[in-house]
Design a protein around this ligand. Structure first.
Ligand SMILES: C[S@@+](CC[C@H](N)C(=O)[O-])C[C@H]1O[C@@H](n2cnc3c(N)ncnc32)[C@H](O)[C@@H]1O
Length: 454
C-alpha cells in the first residue's frame, strides 16, 4: 500500500462490505497508480475529431462515450485546447453520474451540489443550449470556480447560485425535470486519488455526512416535477451514505420510485438494494462511486405546466445592437437584460420568482456597457463558434501567437493576414479563445486577465 494510513475501523468495515477475498483485491488496488481522465466537450468538438487532433495519448473510458484516460506525465491543462474549453479533467468514475442522467435539450435541470462543475459541464453540454441548467453550491468560493468552468465550457443557458437546498425549494417549488445530487460525502472512494481525503475523513466520517445527505435529498425530491428524474451519487462506500439514503428517500417520498441503472462491465449492483450502481477501484479502471436513479411518479391529474411566456423585447442600446450585428448566433432579444451596466442573456423560461436568490450568474454574460461603448465578455467568446462571428483571426495551434495571446500580450498581424479594424474573435484551428480589438495590423488583447496562461 502507498503512503496511505487507513483507520482500522474503516478497513474492518470494508472487510464486512466486500468479504475476505474481495477485500484483498481492494487493498491491492492501492498499489496501482491513480488514473487520469478527461471528458470531451461535445458542445465544441466530437470525441473522434478531438482524438485525431490531440497529441495526448488517449485511451477510451469503456463506459463513457466522450471520456478518455491520459498518461500521468502528460500536462493537458497546459494546452490551448484546455483554454478553448475542449475538455474537462476528471477522474473516470466521476464521469458516470452525469452520463446516466438522461437530460434532453429543453429540460430544466438542477445540479444541487455542483462545484467545481465536473457534472454540470456535462449536463450543460447535453442541453445543447436549450432549456435551463441551475448549478448550485452552498460554498460561495467553490461556486466561483464552478462559474469559471461553465463559462469556459461555453454553456449559454446556465445560472449559478450559492444557496442552501431549502431556500431553492422555497423559491422554485416543483420546477425541475432532472436533478443531480452529487452529495458531499466522506470520500472513501477517493483515498487512492487524494490522500488529503483520509485526513478529513478522520474529522467527519459517514454518520456526519449521512445527516446532511438526508436533508439534501429531502429538499431535492420536492423540486422535481411529476415524471421528473433524480440521480443521487457519492464517492464513498459506506452503506449509510449510499443505499440507506435511497431507502430514506423512498420512505419519506412515497411518490418516488427507484429506476434500475444499467450494469456495465466491472460495475456492481447496490448492496442489499438492487438497481443502484457501485464502482470499486479493484473492479474497474477508476475510483469508488455510488449512484442511484429515482423517478417521481406522474400525478393522476395532468399537471398544468405553463409554457414560458415570451417577454416583451426591450429596446437595446445602439452600441450593443451594433455589436450584436457582428454575430450570427441566434439570440432571442427578449431574453437580454441589462443590470448595473452588465448585459446578460437569460435562459429560456427563467422564472421571475428566482430573482431573490443569491446568484453568481444569471445566464450568459454578454458584456458590459462602458461609457457609451459595449465591451463583450470572455464568456460570450467561449459560447460562440468561429463561424458565428463576422471578424475572425484563426492561427494554427503551433503558432507562438496563440500562447502569447493567452498570456495577454498585444499581437501583430502578418502582412498576408491583412488589417483588422474593431472587434474580432481570436481562434486557433477554428476554436475561439477570446476577443481582441484590431487597430490595423495590431490586435489589442481583450483576453480576460483572470484566466491568463501562467
Ligand atoms: C462531491 S462535491 C461536488 C462535486 C461536483 N459535483 C463536481 O462534479 O465537480 C460536493 C459539493 O457539495 C457542496 N455542499 C456541501 N453541503 C451542501 C449543501 N447542503 N447544499 C449544497 N451543496 C453542498 C460542497 O461545497 C461541494 O462542493
Amino acid at each position: 500500500m502507498k503512503e496511505i494510513k487507513l483507520s482500522e475501523a474503516f478497513l474492518n468495515r470494508m472487510k464486512d462490505l466486500l468479504g475476505e477475498e474481495e477485500y484483498e483485491a481492494y487493498i491491492r488496488s492501492f498499489e496501482e497508480d491513480r488514473l487520469y481522465g478527461l471528458r470531451v466537450n461535445t458542445l465544441k468538438i466530437t470525441p473522434e475529431t478531438f482524438k485525431e487532433m490531440t497529441s495526448l495519448s488517449l485511451k477510451p473510458v469503456p463506459w463513457i462515450k466522450n471520456g478518455f484516460y491520459y498518461e500521468g506525465d502528460e500536462r493537458p491543462a497546459k494546452d490551448p485546447c484546455y483554454y478553448a474549453g475542449l475538455y474537462y479533467l476528471q477522474e473516470p468514475s466521476a464521469m458516470t453520474p452525469a452520463s446516466l442522467l438522461p437530460v434532453q435539450p429543453g429540460d430544466k435541470v438542477l445540479d444541487l451540489c455542483a462545484a467545481p462543475g465536473g457534472k454540470s459541464t456535462e449536463l450543460g453540454a447535453k442541453l445543447s443550449g436549450k432549456g435551463m441548467l441551475v448549478s448550485n453550491d452552498i460554498s460561495n468560493s467553490r461556486a466561483k470556480a464552478l462559474l469559471k468552468n461553465l463559462e469556459l465550457w461555453g454553456i449559454e443557458n446556465s445560472c449559478v447560485t450559492s444557496e442552501e437546498p431549502r431556500k431553492l425549494k422555497e423559491t422554485f417549488g416543483a420546477f425541475f425535470d432532472k436533478i443531480l445530487i452529487d452529495a458531499p460525502c466522506s470520500g472513501e472512494g477517493m483515498f487512492r486519488k487524494d490522500v488529503d481525503m483520509v485526513k478529513s475523513y478522520e474529522e467527519h466520517g459517514p454518520e456526519y455526512y449521512a445527516q446532511i445527505q438526508k436533508e439534501i435529498v429531502n429538499q431535492a425530491a420536492d423540486m422535481l416535477v411529476p415524471g421528473g428524474l433524480l440521480l443521487y451519487s457519492t464517492c464513498t462506500f459506506s452503506i449509510c451514505e449510499d443505499e440507506d439514503i435511497i431507502r430514506f428517500l423512498l420512505e419519506e417520498h412515497p411518490d418516488m420510485e427507484l429506476i434500475p441503472l444499467p450494469l456495465f462491465e466491472g460495475a456492481s449492483e447496490g448492496i442489499g438494494l438492487s438497481g443502484c450502481l457501485r464502482l470499486f477501484p479493484h473492479r474497474i479502471k477508476g475510483e469508488g462511486h455510488f449512484m442511484a436513479l429515482l423517478k417521481k411518479r406522474q400525478a393522476d391529474i395532468v399537471s398544468d405546466r405553463k409554457e414560458s411566456r415570451k417577454e416583451k423585447e426591450a429596446a437595446l442600446p445602439e452600441e450593443l445592437t451594433e455589436f450584436l450585428s457582428m454575430t450570427t448566433k441566434p439570440l432571442d432579444r427578449s431574453r437580454i437584460r441589462i443590470k448595473n451596466e452588465m448585459v446578460y442573456y437569460l435562459p429560456e423560461g427563467f422564472p421571475e420568482q428566482a430573482r431573490s436568490l443569491r446568484f453568481l450568474r444569471t445566464g450568459l454574460l454578454l458584456g458590459e456597457m462602458k461609457k457609451g461603448r459595449f465591451e463583450p465578455a470572455q464568456a460570450f467568446a467561449m459560447a460562440l463558434k468561429a463561424e458565428e462571428f463576422r471578424q475572425v483571426v484563426s492561427w494554427e495551434k503551433s503558432d507562438e501567437r496563440v500562447i502569447r495571446y493567452l498570456k495577454g500580450e498585444t499581437i501583430s498581424l502578418k502582412e498576408e493576414e491583412g488589417k483588422i479594424k474593431g472587434w474580432c474573435l481570436v481562434c486557433f484551428d477554428g476554436f475561439p479563445l477570446g476577443f481582441a480589438k484590431g487597430t490595423g495590423s495590431t490586435l489589442k488583447n481583450k483576453y480576460y486577465p483572470g484566466w491568463r496562461w501562467q
